[in-house]
Design a protein around this ligand. Sequence first.
Ligand code: H79
Length: 488
Amino acid sequence: MKLFKPLLILPAFSCALVSLSFAETKHEPRKPKPEEAFEYRFSDDLKQTPDSIDRLDKWFTDAKFGAFIHFGVYSTQEGEYKGRGSQHRYSEWIQHSAKIPVEEYRELAKSFNPSEFNAQEWAKTFKDCGIKYVVITSKHHDGFALFDSDVSDYNIHDHTPFKRDLVKELCDACDAEGLKFGVYYSHAQDWDEPDAPYLNYRTKLHELHPDLPEDYKQDFDSYLEGKSIKQMEELVTKYPLDLVWYDTPVDMTYERAKPFSDVIRKHLPNCIINSRIIQRGKGVVKQENLELFDYISIGDKEIPTKKLPLYVESPDSVSSSFGYKKKGKHYYHTPEEMIHRFVNTVCAGGNSLVNNGPMGNGKLDPEAVRIYKTMGEWLEANGESIYNTRRNPLEAKPEWGDVSVSKNGKSLYVHVLDWNAGEINLYGLSAKVDSATFLENGEAVTFAQDGEALTFTLPEKAINQYDTVIKLSLAESVSEEQEKTHIE
Ligand code: H79
């Protein structure tokens, strides 16, 4: 019994521990702790509700590629404020990491003027890169809203010289480009509000709110009722949202989370909700929570290493930060890394919501656009192996790559991520292969099938430098659809 106890309390602290373990080598994923293992977090008998499956199947499960946008007052600071805070990885955390008191941060917000913002340009760039949906921070943890809010004038329309509703402009532009549109909303954390809890008390309440009485007792519910749920109601009544993305559900019980689900269901029955309404990114998924949301957001920048029993989305980013960052510790992924992360996520049964942090002047980060463009070019030639596909139907994933499958189960897409000329093997396919071709140029691939073992003979040079896809046409379907996890 004694041995077991620490394991039980560990998950509760693992969020705070994330910060301690950021000693990772440049682009290498950190080794997960035992309680972060997918096996530990996802039990095999979890079932999504039929309503969620219907909602997801309208567009989400086919879309695969989304653009996440972290934009706000923090974008102007680029990861450092008065020489402070740059050692932290997330620039959107600057108020917290540089311990900027509310009044001072509100002054910064007063000069927020992204005058070069052009919603049509953003939307067109995303569309041209093969992106199908867009999710922007309507309010991050700093409490500042990017939409015109009647609930709180701490927003881009009422508090800044910009005086425009950025969420509305982007919503309209995405609609015009045929992109789905959603908002991120930090429902629990709000550093501008004395009553909202902190994910991490390295920065103390009084450091951000020095004028509060020393013995101030926070009243979370008064913040939830007075600002958070009201702004959420505003968002779902003012904008035709396709998705709502909650985050860091500090102290969110089922009872507290329920109104944040109900208000969306009431006004926008088709709108999709992510799991962070109540589940932490790396928390154990609980069946009873599944009726509050539609799909699982796995950890920040976490890529699934195995196929998962529920539909997931990876909140990935082109860089180590989500908000635009130039100062201090920071890196961008290479296009190759991004394509591999994307392919692995889709093959595991999920979408990639790839973040970019626009610059303080309202322009997209050119480095992020360069990475999106490379992904878009790869998708131009290989999109059939991504959009509208389903997760790898085989038992295992090959060590040199990954596998996706068409909806009808008759085309298997073999992604060769690690190109080595000569023979590679794929195991566990029961269906007969009628033909094998390189998806990009239609040329035949030499292969041999022996029972459930397939051998491909690859030429010297890869067809695509990032991921060469081999399309197999199968004599019978290997679709998993009929086994779909469903509550009857
Ligand atoms: O919006 C993005 C992040 O800001 C947000 N989720 C994604 C989508 C997020 N909020 N909290 N966390 C992620 C957990 C991470 C906390 C940390 Fe830190 C921020 C670790 C390092 C920076 C706080 C500040 C703890 C240490 C320094």
